[in-house]
Design a protein around this ligand. Sequence first.
Ligand code: BGC
Length: 374
Amino acid sequence: MKTKKVLVGIAAIGLALSLAACSGGTRGGTTADDSAGSSKGALVGVAMPTKTSERWIKDGDAVKASLEKLGYKVDLEYADDKIPQQVQQISNMLTKGAKVLIIASIDGTALSDQLDEAGKAGVKVIAYDRLINGNKNVDYYTTFDNNEVGVQQATSLLTGLGVLDKDGKETGATGPFNVELFGGSPDDNNATFFFNGAMDTLQPYIDKGVLVVKSGQVGFTQVATLRWDPATAQKRMQNLIASTYSDGSKVDAVLSPYDGLSIGIISALTSSGYATDALPIVTGQDAEAASVKSMIAGQQYSTIYKDTRQLGDEAVKMADDLLNGRTPEVNDTTSYDNKVKVVPTFLFAPQVVTKDNYKELLVDTGYYTEADLK
Ligand code: BGC
């Protein structure tokens, strides 16, 4: 028990150091200029979930470009958020002779037959951003610290309400503030990490009565949003306003786990009569251009920036290592149990963005140009 605690402590320090090192920019190792060595020309399959969200387009483009720069062939596919389509695409990649698969899954449990086949053929599998569950042939995983994303979303909600100050200290504000909660897609392993991280942070304030979830809908399954669909979230927000807030009370904050949902939630609020300067604090994730514009316009309050360039570079580095007989570097060997094994993971650090720091985080780093946000 004691040894375990010490090991966990060491791992945590290691992770903190690595995350600190990475959040500043690129880290050492393979760059896009390194050669692919003897594996040059090998096919890498890249399976992305959907083009309806801007982030996955950025991810796919970045991964493809870096792999091609290293001399690999790339089969990049998007699956319209349809599970059978993704299954078919991955089968095709295997038929075409892919040597590595980089997969951002739609349903983290639906790819077992394909992964079995990959395992038999010696094809390596890298889970990209979302963990693939229930199969031993998931060799590596790279993602952002998903629990921390939830913590940051909840913390920014509390800051936006004035319960915490900018340094994270309690202000003594007692509310009560009306809050409604939204979760991500139940088949995406990340969604519960986000929700649990957020709820661990919010629960003490719910317990003290500073926050009130007026609808009473607090369980993940009650608040989840299948396939992260913005229209589903918009509809649920409309229903909440009509059912829970018809007495004239106001929503003060909405925990939203993804920018696409936040845009839907804000639409529901404005069409129900909330003026821009009286909108609740609405959180988000991904720093999508539409949401950054909404923050600049004083609508959405915050988002979480996950630099997809870092993630893409890492997945490419892992693929290149695997194709050349090297062991990929990881910084987390405890957090991501896919129900069959703990998958070795390289984690990156997410960051909270608001109107106050978007220039520094998103424009100065070249993630967006000022023109992208006009
Ligand atoms: C990703 C988030 C994204 C969500 C919806 C999650 O798996 O980690 O960045 O907002 O999917 O696309």
